[in-house]
Write a protein that binds this ligand. Structure first.
Ligand SMILES: C[S@@+](CC[C@H](N)C(=O)[O-])C[C@H]1O[C@@H](n2cnc3c(N)ncnc32)[C@H](O)[C@@H]1O
Length: 240
């Protein structure tokens, strides 16, 4: 019987733990029963179809396995940067159900698969664009509650900052995965993580970080909240 308490006390709404072949696995309710996105296993229970969610295939699932609290709720509007063919984005689509996932990807080869996934899901929009140029898509998406970023790029913090300024509500959240080797393969990953975290300082307050071993090597996941600059300015004035 699925529940969202056992083993994972901090699962967000609409994420479940399922007993499968003697193991406790993460799962989401399939928004499009009878279909799969990336060959994932599906399990039926009480007439509901669940898609198992592997932490080895998805860094967001790895974050949940590591006990991180992720700020995703039903009805969230999410800007997803680096959606690839939609593996993790499709689970977010299951989770936010009444919300929206704007899936940005710049590689035409995976974009074809992403378009197929989005065409079956009423809350996923594919956007063929470079995530370092949000001015090109901000008019389509408006303000979002959450940015999820997983781009293998050198300037990962810079991409998060510019997207936050253009598209993220003040007080909105960032979930980001930093891939050390994409930033600088010659430097110790811990140094790379520290440098990228410092670059987020102006725009974000970092709430939690975790290395994603053993699921993903040399990756740091973080959850951060966008600073409300107007509120901070009025607090400063009040102190005068
Ligand atoms: C590690 S994969 C993402 C996997 C995906 N997040 C998942 O869990 O299903 C990184 C993706 O980011 C895309 N990417 C890298 N730089 C990008 C950029 N500047 N703009 C848009 N997409 C980018 C790559 O083409 C690749 O598909």
């Amino acid at each position: 019987m699925p529940d969202n308490q056992y083993k994972f006390p901090s699962l967000p709404p609409n994420v479940y733990s399922i007993q499968d072949a003697g193991k406790t696995r993460l799962a989401t309710v399939n928004m499009v029963p009878g279909t799969r996105v990336y060959g994932e296993k599906v399990v039926n229970s009480n007439g509901i179809e669940y898609r198992l969610w592997s932490p080895y295939r998805s860094k967001l699932a790895a974050m949940l396995e590591k006990g991180m609290i992720v700020p995703v709720v039903p009805n969230s509007r999410i800007l997803y940067l680096g959606a690839a063919s939609g593996t993790t984005a499709s689970h977010l689509s299951d989770i936010v159900s009444g919300g929206m996932v704007f899936a940005v990807e710049f590689a035409p080869r995976v974009m074809r698969d992403l378009i197929d996934v989005c065409s079956q899901r009423k809350n996923m929009v594919p956007i063929l664009a470079d995530a370092s140029r949000p001015a090109l898509y901000k008019a389509i998406i408006g303000q979002v509650d959450l940015i999820y970023q997983d781009v293998a790029q050198r300037d990962q913090a810079g991409i998060a900052n510019i997207n936050a300024r253009e598209c993220l509500k003040p007080g909105g959240y960032l979930i980001m995965v930093i891939k050390a080797r994409s930033v600088d393969s010659t430097v110790n990953p811990k140094m790379v993580f520290q440098q990228e975290l410092e670059k987020l300082d102006d725009e974000f307050e970092v709430i939690d970080t975790k290395i994603l071993e053993p699921f993903h090597r040399d990756h740091l996941a973080l959850v951060a909240r966008r600073k409300d600059h107007k509120q901070l300015a009025s607090e400063d004035t009040n102190c005068l």
